[in-house]
Design a protein around this ligand. Structure first.
Ligand SMILES: Nc1ncnc2c1ncn2[C@@H]1O[C@H](COP(=O)(O)OP(=O)(O)O)[C@@H](O)[C@H]1O
Ligand SMILES: [Mg+2]
Length: 277
C-alpha cells in the first residue's frame, strides 16, 4: 500500500480554470520525491489534496489506501504534514517555541513529550537560537524554518514542503537539503517537495515528477529525467548544471561517466582526468 496515491486526479478552479488534469502520483514509503514544474504547473494544487484541503473535482486521493473523509481527516493531517509556500499562513504564536509547540499541544501529548519534540524540531531545522523570538519579526527564511519545525514536531510520516527553497539564502538551501536527507535517513520519513530550481534536486530526491499545465508529463529518477533536455525546456525547466556540462563534454567525445551530484561528478571528472593523464 502506498502512503499517498492519486488516481486520475482532476481539480478545476471556479471559472473553469484547470488546476490538475488527470494526475497519477504515488508516494512510496521512505522516498524523497521532487515535484518540479514552472509557475502554474499545478504543484501547490496537487499538494493541497494530500491532506484534504482540496477535494478532487474528479478522480481520487488515497492516503494509506483510504480516501480522505470527515471521519479520518484529523488522522490524515497527523500522518501527512504540509508546509505551504507562505509561512505567514502557518505562524501565529507570540514566540517561536510556542509556535512549534502548538501542533504537539493539540495532539494532546504530555508536557515532557511536547518539550522533547519542540527541542528536537528546532534542532533539526537549526533554529534553537530563535526559540524566544517573536515569529512575525523574523526574516522570510527564518519564518519558513519555524513553519517547517512546527510540522516536524507533529512527527508526520509524510512531510510535504511546497517550494521550500523560495526565499532562502544559499546556506539556507544547503541546510534544507541536509535536513530533508536526515529526516529521510534517520526517521524514515517520506519527503515530498516542489521546486522549479532543479539544481538541488539530484542531492535530495530519489523520484522526480515533472508537471506542466496540471499534468504529470514525466516521472522517474535523475537518469530518466535529467537526460531529457528537450522535455525539460519544453516545460520551462532546465537540466541541472552538472549533468548538462557532462553531457555536453560527452557529445564532444570526452570519455566521462554521467553524474548528477557534486560528489559523484567530482569522482567522474577525476577518473576521466586520470584515464587521460
Ligand atoms: N485560487 C485559484 N483560482 C483560480 N485559479 C487558480 C487558483 N490557484 C491556482 N490557480 C491556477 O491553477 C493552475 C495551477 O496553479 P498552482 O497549483 O498554484 O501551480 P504551481 O504551484 O505549480 O505554481 C494555474 O494555472 C493557476 O493559475
Ligand atoms: Mg505553487
Amino acid at each position: 500500500m502506498h502512503l499517498i496515491e492519486t488516481r486520475n486526479l482532476t481539480y478545476t478552479y471556479p471559472g473553469n480554470v484547470t488546476g490538475l488534469d488527470g494526475v497519477n502520483f504515488i508516494a512510496p514509503r521512505n522516498a524523497r520525491i521532487a515535484v518540479i514544474g514552472a509557475n502554474g504547473a499545478g504543484k501547490s494544487t496537487l499538494f493541497k489534496h494530500f491532506n484534504g484541503i482540496f477535494k478532487p473535482t474528479s478522480g481520487s486521493v488515497l492516503v494509506r489506501g483510504e480516501p480522505i473523509t470527515r471521519e479520518n481527516i484529523r488522522e490524515v493531517r497527523r500522518f501527512v504534514g504540509v508546509v505551504f509556500q507562505n509561512p505567514d499562513d502557518q505562524i501565529f504564536s507570540p514566540t517561536v517555541e510556542q509556535d512549534v509547540a502548538f501542533g504537539p499541544i493539540n495532539l494532546g501529548l504530555d508536557e515532557e513529550t511536547i518539550h522533547h519534540r519542540v527541542e528536537e524540531a528546532l534542532r533539526v531545522v537549526g533554529i534553537e537560537h530563535l526559540k524566544d523570538r517573536v515569529p512575525h519579526h523574523l526574516s522570510g527564511g527564518e519564518k519558513k524554518r519555524v513553519a517547517i519545525a512546527g510540522i516536524i514536531a507533529m512527527e508526520p510520516q509524510v512531510l510535504v514542503l511546497d517550494e521550500p527553497t523560495a526565499g532562502l539564502d544559499p546556506q539556507g538551501v544547503r541546510d534544507l537539503v541536509g535536513f530533508i536527507n536526515s529526516l529521510s535517513r534517520n526517521y524514515g520519513m517520506t519527503v515530498i517537495f516542489s521546486t522549479h530550481d532543479v539544481s538541488l534536486v539530484p542531492e535530495v530526491a530519489d523520484i522526480i515528477y515533472v508537471m506542466h499545465r496540471g499534468r504529470v508529463v514525466a516521472e522517474g529518477d535523475c537518469d530518466e529525467i535529467f537526460t531529457r533536455p528537450d522535455l525539460l525546456s519544453s516545460v520551462r525547466l532546465d537540466v541541472p548544471v552538472l549533468p548538462k556540462l557532462i553531457s555536453s563534454l560527452r557529445d564532444q567525445g570526452v570519455d566521462i561517466t554521467m553524474a548528477y551530484t557534486f560528489t559523484e561528478a567530482e569522482k567522474q571528472f577525476l577518473a576521466a582526468y586520470r584515464r587521460n593523464a
